[in-house]
Design a binder for this molecule. Structure first.
Ligand SMILES: *[C@@H]1O[C@H](CO)[C@@H](O)[C@H](O)[C@H]1NC(C)=O
Ligand SMILES: *[C@@H]1O[C@H](CO)[C@@H](O)[C@H](O)[C@H]1NC(C)=O
Ligand SMILES: *[C@@H]1O[C@H](CO)[C@@H](O)[C@H](O)[C@H]1NC(C)=O
Length: 378
């Protein structure tokens, strides 16, 4: 087509070339405009939306709470941080904070684990309701009360995939995003994980974002691994700050999905490559769970009660996992390298894995209905 323009520079020799020339100019213009739109689109897929629409999807309580400027959070992080500005963070609600419930087993695991006791000094507990806060304050030095007014997270059963559960998952991402922006690296850990050995020795020093898997493919770079948002290690830098913003904002593209499913949707997004965030998946040999237990007691660092539904089942099996660990540690050194298996998952395997019926008591009154998604393991 450019040839025809060159052959008829004046554009007056005949009508046909003139039409061609116009067509070319219009076509070029359209192509340029469309590709600009595309480039712009892929560079920042949400930038074209008005600011207010991003703001609207933020839970009402989060609008009120500008936790990124919350001096009390910053103070707690500073007090709890390791020398390199790393903290360990978990969230806690009333049901998990009951005496002898998940949180007590979680704390006990640090004291039972090999070299994990000192990590408790760096653990920040984010309480989601006042009972959880009270229990935290009575057992642990670093407790932060997240203002969740308007939302009720105190529900008994695991409220898995109910709308309040969903809301909590996203508040967590928002909070962690703020923590990164404040310059702190973190290990986020669900409280239904027992810490048996120090996981820091197993993290890749080159990676930005490292996340546990329900099932590990054998390759920590493979984006097709099934991540589990219940455990991750994230370094604070430009890439991770942008990544968490993108993740949180992607929520509105996938209404009703929780953070882990949205992560699975966005992990192949070209924008992730553009910001060059280095994502790694953690081997279940070290960062294990009931979905795929570690076969190697010498290597295992953490064990998550994933692929498990129900508070009672989780409590029973996490206790058993700690007992397995104690028995292992008591073995004479020459027997520690022998093959050995876990007694878990036991009750978690017996209990059907499905979300509870949404009972009126377990939901905040005005909570929007969402449809249950299958295949989630919390
Ligand atoms: C928590 O947020 C609500 C608004 O949702 C606000 O009215 C209240 O004062 C906040 N509480 C604290 C302690 O900041
Ligand atoms: C990236 O982070 C560094 C500090 O680590 C900062 O100096 C720099 O300005 C940031 N770059 C961008 C593009 O934000
Ligand atoms: C406990 O941790 C230390 C240091 O990481 C390690 O050398 C030792 O082998 C561990 N013990 C067991 C039983 O795994």
């Amino acid at each position: 087509m450019s040839k025809s323009i060159a052959a008829n520079p004046s554009g007056e020799d005949s009508k046909a070339p003139l039409i061609n020339q116009r067509t070319v100019i219009i076509t070029l213009f359209v192509v340029a405009a469309v590709s600009c739109l595309f480039l712009y689109h892929s560079a920042n897929p949400f930038e074209f939306l008005p600011r207010s629409s991003a703001y609207d999807v933020i839970a009402p309580s989060m609008k009120a709470q500008k936790s990124s400027n919350d001096p009390s959070l910053e103070k707690i992080l500073k007090r709890a941080a390791m020398g390199d500005n790393t903290v360990i963070i978990t969230t806690l609600n009333q049901a998990w904070a009951e005496p002898n419930s998940i949180f007590d087993i979680f704390l006990e695991s640090f004291r039972t684990g090999n070299g994990t006791g000192k990590l408790l000094d760096h653990l920040v507990v984010v309480a989601l309701d006042s009972k959880a806060l009270d229990h935290c304050l009575s057992t642990h030095p670093h407790c932060y009360a997240l203002n969740t007014s308007g939302l009720d997270f105190s529900g008994k059963e695991a409220y898995f995939m109910t709308s309040s559960y969903l809301e909590m998952m996203w508040i967590r991402i928002r909070l962690l995003s703020d923590v990164l922006a404040m310059g702190y690296n973190f290990v986020f850990t669900d409280a239904d994980i027992v810490w048996l050995q120090n996981p820091f020795q197993r993290f890749d020093p080159d990676a930005d974002f490292q996340i546990a898997c329900d099932r590990f493919s054998g390759n920590s770079f493979n984006l097709r691994n099934e991540p589990n948002g219940g455990f991750n290690y994230v370094k604070s830098n430009n890439r991770t700050i942008e990544f968490y913003k993108f993740w949180y904002n992607s929520r509105k593209m996938f209404p009703g999905l929780h953070d882990q499913d949205v992560l699975n949707e966005i992990k192949f997004d070209p924008y992730i490559q553009k910001i060059q965030v280095k994502i790694r998946f953690l081997d279940t040999k070290y960062i294990a769970g009931f979905c795929q237990v570690s076969q190697d007691f010498n290597a295992v660092c953490t064990m998550h009660a994933n692929c498990c539904f129900g508070l009672e089942a989780k409590i029973t099996d996490l206790r058993l996992a700690l007992e397995d660990w104690r028995n292992f540690m008591e073995l004479p050194p020459d027997q520690k390298s022998l093959p050995r298996s876990w007694t878990v998952p036991k009750k978690c395997r017996e209990t059907p894995f499905h979300p509870p019926d949404e009972s009126p008591n377990s939901l905040p009154p005005a909570a929007p209905k969402i449809s249950a998604q299958e295949g989630n393991n919390q």
